[in-house]
Design a protein around this ligand. Structure first.
Ligand code: NAD
Length: 395
């Protein structure tokens, strides 16, 4: 793939490392960013033939196969519309829009233009997530009841994130978008999110947006998901997921406790990992940050999908659903009520009720639980179907 990169900042550079850092055949051929100096530096660092401070000029080039948007949230829509105008395949970083309306406009525009569209939600491409999701799909956890995702860190690295107008929100939008898509991935992206309850506050930072929030999302099949997000967390980047089903449980720690621990007095002063707050004492690096964060698998899916003329795992439609869920979270944080998820466009299933949770033991009883005790007895807890009475039997 020949890629036009829009944005040469934090994520633009992570993307560039992932695209070009592993002897890949994909190449960034055009770079746009706001300031001449950083555009040139990016072009030098990644050997990019064309650089410009005019967004449209970076997109509208014959050699460009796909445009990768790595710009502040308020510029995603403008960039997407230019890709539609020039009929270029487009992949954009998260969140798709600053809100559901913006995301919907982008979704409808790319579909009208008939261009490939991919949503760069890297955290559903991490090796751990991919493996865990396969297990869930094969039924290792049974029916998924609850999925929780947590992303907290000490706050973002650029001014525009902290400005509610440019960013569109605080940590709910910035980090909650990851958590929502991770938990949708476990519960099932075809299951309708119904309503959201959210607490949010600005506990520490002198900003208009929220810097800490917790939310619950109810799904039509009775499953519940939970997000915990913060820009005030101290200690680094905390990325953890938990999934609970009728047959099993998954716990994932993606970043700070990956089974890799180093003690150092801090002599080298080297970069350790994203948002790391310490480089001495006991520290918790990640082996290959690009891979652990999912960037490699994500671009592989995007570029292969373009080549094979198929939809990637994550599309603008997913970005739109995430934005609408987060709109409900913002509303709930204000009203303190469960707020409906107002999806004008829903392409998943509807009418999926809570699966039957009753396990039959015999004609008269349901099984509540069976257990072997420390004294060697097998105990059964049963419910009589007719009377509703709970009894126990020791075998
Ligand atoms: N894991 C992830 O997926 C992830 C991580 C970080 C950021 N992001 C997303 O990537 C996007 C960019 O974030 P970032 O961290 O790279 O930001 P950044 O501030 O580091 O970089 C922004 C880039 O946009 C360019 N730009 C153009 N016009 C601008 C303007 N008016 N104001 C500010 N910058 C302008 C800058 O020159 C710079 O190259 C955001 O949508 C953010 O949510 C995603």
């Amino acid at each position: 793939m020949n890629i036009a990169m829009l944005g040469s900042g934090f994520i633009g550079r992570f993307y560039a490392e992932s695209i070009q850092g592993y002897r890949s055949k994909d190449k960034i051929v055009s770079i746009y960013s706001r300031r001449e100096e950083s555009t040139k530096k990016f072009a030098d660092d990644y050997n990019v033939a064309f650089s410009t401070t005019v967004m449209e000029d970076a997109i509208n080039r014959p050699e460009v196969d796909v445009v990768c948007i790595a710009l502040p949230n308020n510029l995603h829509e403008e960039a997407v519309m230019l890709c539609c105008k020039h009929k270029k395949a487009v992949i954009t970083t998260k969140p798709l829009g600053r809100n559901g309306e913006e995301a919907k406009r982008m979704l409808l525009a790319v579909e009208k233009a008939g261009i490939f569209n991919g949503y760069l939600e890297d955290l559903v491409y991490t090796p751990k997530f991919i493996k865990a999701q396969e297990s869930v799909k094969k039924g290792a956890l049974g029916r998924i009841l609850w999925a929780k995702s947590r992303e907290t860190h000490p706050g973002p690295h650029s001014d525009w994130f902290w400005d509610i107008e440019q960013a569109g929100g605080g940590c709910i939008l910035d980090l909650g978008c990851h958590c929502v898509e991770i938990t949708r991935g476990y519960i099932g992206k075809d299951i309708l999110p119904v309503e959201v309850m959210c607490w949010a506050d600005t506990q520490v930072k002198p900003i208009d947006a929220e810097d800490h929030a917790i939310g619950l999302i109810k799904y039509e099949n009775g499953a519940i998901s939970q997000f915990e997000v913060s820009w005030t967390f101290r200690g680094g980047l905390d990325l953890r997921d938990e999934v609970m089903g009728t047959e099993g449980t998954i716990w994932i720690n993606s970043f700070m406790r990956t089974g890799f621990e180093i003690f150092t007095t801090g002599k080298s002063g080297d970069y350790l990992a994203e948002k790391s707050e310490s480089d001495s004492g006991w520290i918790f690096p990640v082996g290959d940050e690009l891979n652990e964060l999912g960037y490699n698998h994500m671009f592989m899916d995007m570029f292969q999908s373009i080549e094979q003329n198929k939809e990637p795992k994550e599309t603008f439609y997913d970005g739109y659903v995430v934005n609408v869920i987060l709109d409900a979270a913002y509303k709930s944080a204000k009203t303190k009520l469960w707020e409906p998820v107002k999806l004008d466009i829903w392409r998943g299933r509807t009418g999926v009720s809570k699966d039957s949770h009753l396990e039959e033991y015999d004609a008269e009883h349901y099984l509540v639980k069976e257990e072997v005790t420390h004294y060697g007895a097998k105990k059964l807890i049963l419910k009589n179907k007719a009377s509703g009475k709970i009894i126990q039997r020791t075998l």
